[in-house]
Design a protein around this ligand. Structure first.
Ligand code: NAD
Ligand code: TYD
Length: 333
């Protein structure tokens, strides 16, 4: 793979994947195609060598634009998505446009151009919630919120494309990802930056014992890379962190790391349809040679330290568009 287009490469995981490719494969040139929504940020990719990294602002829901950008690339890895569950509950039009129509456009363009590798980054949330045990790739999707339903919709469109036209689609389903450069609407950076500002953290009441499986962002990047290079078209690969924690356990860990006590917790009304537990089995990807490297305590501490040391990155975000979102989301709850 010499020329790879990464869509959504100015976001949290996409930018980590771009850095990972540039560091791991000296022959690779990256075309980074991103709409720069509220979640896209050129600061995330400012250190990428311009000789090996070309940025294009564009929308995957714009068929002509994405096809033109894909021309001459032998691989596409799609991260572009609307990604936040709480925003999808406020309104899911953009989610359906990007996560379904955008994915369809990528499949169609790949078919027309004969792109040899097409990897679509998806999420463990498409399986829905599981009380005990872990989902494998053989389990049927059962999404329970507008975000995960739109991701499952995109996946089904793409898998049908593989069956019908032979488009070489590979799908990865990652678990909750954490680390540097994550937009502070997600629980970990939201809680850390609130605590650094001496504010309370809005923990969903009734969801304190809900469980998420935490995956270090560079382990997620290497998992996607393994599926891309070693995986088989038409296949799905789970990428699990292997570190399941209750939300209250995560919250207490963040309080400790930021030198705060439980008076910094504000219990707020629960998320409607809040999924209780996500858990996936990553044996299939591990059989291709992938292993996560980060232990949870170290990863969470590194993340807290990164936000402490990079206020210049998150301060403009929190005092910009995010402020109005935060007010709408948490006021009177
Ligand atoms: P993010 O919200 O940080 O970034 C999304 C990026 O996509 C942004 O740069 C945004 O500008 C871009 N984008 C949005 N709509 C676009 C469009 N129509 N055209 C082009 N670019 C567009 O997201 P993230 O957390 O980095 O997630 C990346 C991918 O990984 C998503 O597909 C998500 O579903 C999946 N995923 C995320 C997690 C997680 O915990 N964050 C876990 C598993 C899977
Ligand atoms: P989030 O980071 O939004 O990821 P997802 O919903 O995609 O798993 O949330 C992770 C967990 O944290 C989830 O169980 C909801 C909970 N949470 C809160 O308690 N308060 C918050 O303000 C947020 C954003 C999440």
């Amino acid at each position: 793979m010499k020329k790879m287009i990464v869509t959504g490469g100015a976001g949290f995981i996409g930018s980590a994947f771009v850095r990972y490719q540039l560091e791991s494969y000296p022959e690779v040139h990256i075309v980074n195609f991103d709409k720069l929504t509220y979640a896209g940020n050129l600061e995330n990719i400012k250190d990428c060598d311009p000789e090996r990294h070309t940025f294009i602002q564009g929308d995957i829901a714009d068929r002509k634009a994405i096809q033109a950008a894909m021309e001459g690339c032998d691989a596409i890895v799609n991260f572009a998505a609307d990604t936040h569950v709480d925003r999808s509950i406020m309104g899911a039009t953009d989610f359906i446009e990007t996560n379904c129509t955008g994915v369809y456009n990528i499949c169609e363009a790949a078919r027309e151009l004969g792109t040899s590798h097409v990897l679509l980054v998806s999420t463990d949330e498409v399986y829905g919630s599981i009380r005990e045990g872990s989902f494998t790739e053989k389990d049927a999707p059962g999404p329970r919120n507008p975000y995960s339903a739109s991701k499952a919709g995109g996946e089904l469109i793409a898998l049908a494309h593989f069956e019908t036209f032979g488009t070489p689609i590979i799908i990865t389903r990652g678990s909750n990802t954490y680390g540097p450069y994550q937009y502070p609407e997600k629980v970990m950076p939201l809680f850390i930056t609130n605590l650094l500002d001496g504010e309370q953290v809005p923990l969903y009441q009734g969801g304190e014992h809900n469980v998420r499986d935490w995956l270090w962002v560079y382990d997620h990047a290497s998992g996607i890379d393994t599926a891309l290079r070693q995986g088989e078209p038409g296949q799905i690969y789970n990428v699990a962190g292997g570190h399941e924690r209750e939300n209250i356990v995560l919250t207490r860990k963040l309080l400790e790391l930021c030198g705060k006590d439980e008076s910094s917790i504000r219990l707020v009304k629960d998320r409607p349809g809040h999924d209780f537990r996500y858990s996936i089995d990553a044996s299939k990807l591990k059989a291709l040679g992938w292993m996560p490297t980060m232990d949870w305590e170290t990863g969470v501490a590194k993340t807290a330290t990164w936000y402490r040391e990079n206020e210049a990155w998150w301060r403009p975000i929190k005092s910009g568009e995010f402020k109005e979102y935060y007010r709408k989301q948490y006021e009177n709850r």
